[in-house]
Design a protein around this ligand. Structure first.
Ligand code: HEC
Length: 142
């Protein structure tokens, strides 16, 4: 008897836990919470347009250094350090604008500069010309 009571109890407890957490996933104040159609979708389109407009306004207002800081912290920092002091990659602090731009352009063109250039090819490939200018502007502030 004991052999069956414990598995049943565990199953019941788990089902209850799943039911409770699933109900908490609901979007408050919406009846058809697991789909977003009709009015819900229309509201979302308006809210999303608003969010996009705010985002573009923020981007337009942001300085190259601010935009570059985002790229740097998200992509470069892990290898070059939060102060550009170098970790896996070499230190960037103290380099001038042309040095950094030339290096990034070379990596974007899959050119070999040092022994570990291959590590930078994929990084530079994702950067547009504007991204490079912005991230360089930020590196100069380090
Ligand atoms: C996976 C780790 C890694 C990431 C992420 C990374 N780098 Fe690098 N970076 C390196 C390595 C390693 C080198 C040395 C490459 C070589 O030998 O040519 C390097 C070299 C450089 C150089 C040339 C430095 C010099 O002294 O010649 C610049 C500039 C640079 N990276 C900028 C960036 C920027 C900007 C980002 C973010 C978009 C970035 N790196 C992301 C690892 C990385």
């Amino acid at each position: 008897m004991k052999d069956i009571v414990i598995p049943i109890a565990i199953t019941l407890i788990c089902s209850a836990a799943i039911a409770v957490s699933y109900s908490k996933l609901d979007v408050k104040g919406r009846p058809g919470v697991h789909t977003c159609q009709g009015e819900c979708y229309d509201d979302w389109v308006v809210a999303e347009a608003d969010r996009q407009a705010k985002l573009s306004a923020e981007q337009a207002a942001a300085s190259p250094e601010e935009l570059g800081a985002k790229t740097y912290t998200a992509v470069c920092q892990a290898c070059h350090g939060d102060k550009g002091q170098g970790v896996v990659g070499p230190a960037l602090v103290g380099r001038d604008h042309d040095y950094v731009m030339e290096a990034l352009t070379a990596y974007k063109n899959n050119q070999t500069r040092g022994q570990q250039s291959a590590l930078m090819w994929g990084q530079a490939a994702t950067l547009s010309a504007a991204d490079m200018e912005n991230v360089t502007a930020f590196i100069l502030t380090l």
